[in-house]
Design a protein around this ligand. Structure first.
Ligand code: FPP
Length: 247
């Protein structure tokens, strides 16, 4: 839980000790909407504005990797009307944000089972990823149709197939090789994991990659999550001593 009371500002942060990679479980859009007698889709729409705010903040601070849990493998089980609305929102967002991504040197990447997304969303995703592929200031990873167990199963299958074909010796498999066969192979592990809306769960997100992440859970619902609270959490993060099991 974030413990800061007074709001931090950018000036309170030590630029040399910012996390390289922040991962966020964006939760609470539905509750935000229900509290206001709105429909859940309106909550997701408001949540997409928070996405923009947090992406901008990471860019301003110089945090090079941001991974957002936008749609889980379990989310396919939501009512069709909500899934369709989320897909349509995602498509609109990807088109609308292209200019901002280009103007700010932000690269879009995706982790997850992209093949399960509707063809029209896949098309826009691929276009946006191609357009932004040479951008270098911030990599925005959207976790879409993402589930960590599926990611791990796919990694095991790939390594097992390589072993069967004599390409690797099973005894020589290392943690680095495992990491190299996950969706996140090209990016460092997140040092900071944030979850909004107060649930104390990981929900099948980046299970391997968060082994040493600092975890912050805030009761704030995602649509209400602000730049100020994000800065507060970063300030708290800088106060924590990361020991990796050492003394
Ligand atoms: C969790 O809230 C949120 C989601 C399942 C989807 C996240 C999507 C967005 C933030 C908006 C679109 C994203 C992008 C990148 C444009 P919930 O519906 O589980 O909320 P609840 O737990 O209160 O019901």
């Amino acid at each position: 839980m974030s413990s800061s009371k007074a709001s931090a500002s950018r000036a309170d942060l030590d630029p040399a000790r910012l996390p390289t990679h922040v991962a966020i479980i964006m939760d609470g859009n539905g509750r935000w909407a229900t509290k206001r007698l709105l429909n859940r889709i309106q909550g997701h729409e408001k949540g997409s504005e928070t996405v923009r705010t947090i992406v901008r903040t990471c860019r301003e601070l110089g945090i090079p990797f941001l991974t957002l849990y936008a749609f889980s493998t379990e989310n396919w089980q939501r009512p069709k009307i909500e899934v369709d609305a989320l897909m349509a929102l995602l498509k609109r967002f990807l088109v609308r944000e292209r200019r901002e991504l280009m103007d700010n040197n932000i690269r879009l990447q995706v982790i997850g089972q992209i093949d399960r997304l509707p063809p029209n969303v896949r098309k826009v995703l691929h276009q946006t990823m191609t357009l932004t592929q040479d951008n270098t200031a911030l990599q925005l990873n959207l976790a879409l149709s993402y589930g960590a167990r599926t990611e791990i199963v796919e990694m095991v299958r790939t390594l097992a197939a390589k072993a069967r074909n004599g390409l690797i010796d099973p005894d020589s498999i290392t943690a680095e090789m495992v990491a190299d066969h996950l969706y996140t192979c090209a990016i460092p592990d997140p040092e900071l994991l944030i979850r909004t809306s107060g649930e104390m769960r990981i929900s099948n997100f980046l299970l391997w990659q968060i082994a040493y992440a600092e975890i912050f859970v805030t009761p704030t619902l995602w649509p209400d999550f602000s730049k100020e609270e994000f800065l507060d959490i970063l300030k708290d993060y800088q106060r924590r001593e990361r020991r990796f099991g050492r003394v």
